[in-house]
Design a protein around this ligand. Structure first.
Ligand code: ZN
Length: 188
């Protein structure tokens, strides 16, 4: 659980530290607003993807399932600034599939916590591997990091791409290029 009282105190201190008047009209409710917002954007800390991925359906075939362009918003743990973009998740079933929306929910569980993109990519892949036990998983994240674009090197529009492969996808160029093809080329 987010300690809202503590967040409020911390935000007040932060505003004071940069020389703001925390009593002025526009700022008076800011600590409270941020404490409520943090409950939402760090809500993944309390979510468990075991539960999300527990409802499964039996299938006969083992064709690759790809869910692409899953929009996500996360917070870089180094700067507490947003990074956001698209996640593409694929797996090759081993007799069982999950509802498509569950892949997006799994992405959300790991997005809504202080993160680095590399770890988030692996965590999504590992969670699907562990819970669904498929033949393989591949996850790709493309994101813009505000700590890169708003400050520091200031490179707006640059994106960071991370990939994780598990099981059959590891070192399998054919399967990987099928994944890239489905993610990149085939638009409805
Ligand atoms: Zn950062």
């Amino acid at each position: 659980m987010v300690d809202k009282a503590k967040v409020k105190e911390a935000v007040t201190m932060l505003l004071e530290a940069i020389g703001e008047d925390t009593g002025r009209e526009g700022l008076i409710e800011t600590p409270d607003r941020i404490s409520r917002m943090y409950e939402e954007i760090f809500g993944g800390m309390e979510m468990d993807c075991k539960e999300i991925l527990s409802k499964r359906f039996t299938v006969d075939n083992s064709e690759m399932v790809v869910e692409r362009d899953i929009t996500f918003y996360s917070m870089c743990e180094h700067h507490l600034m947003p990074f956001y973009g698209k996640a593409h998740v694929a797996y090759v079933p081993n007799g069982e599939v999950v509802g498509i929306s569950k892949l997006a929910r799994t992405v959300e569980v790991f997005a809504k916590r202080p993160q680095i993109q590399e770890r988030m990519t692996s965590q999504i892949a590992d969670a699907i591997m562990e819970e669904l036990n498929p033949k393989g998983v591949m996850v790709m994240l493309e994101a813009e990091h505000m700590c890169m674009t708003m400050r520091g090197v200031k490179k707006p529009g640059s994106s960071t791409v991370t990939v994780a492969t598990r099981g059959d996808f590891v070192d399998n160029e054919k399967l990987q290029s099928t994944f890239y093809g489905r993610v990149k080329n085939f638009r409805l």
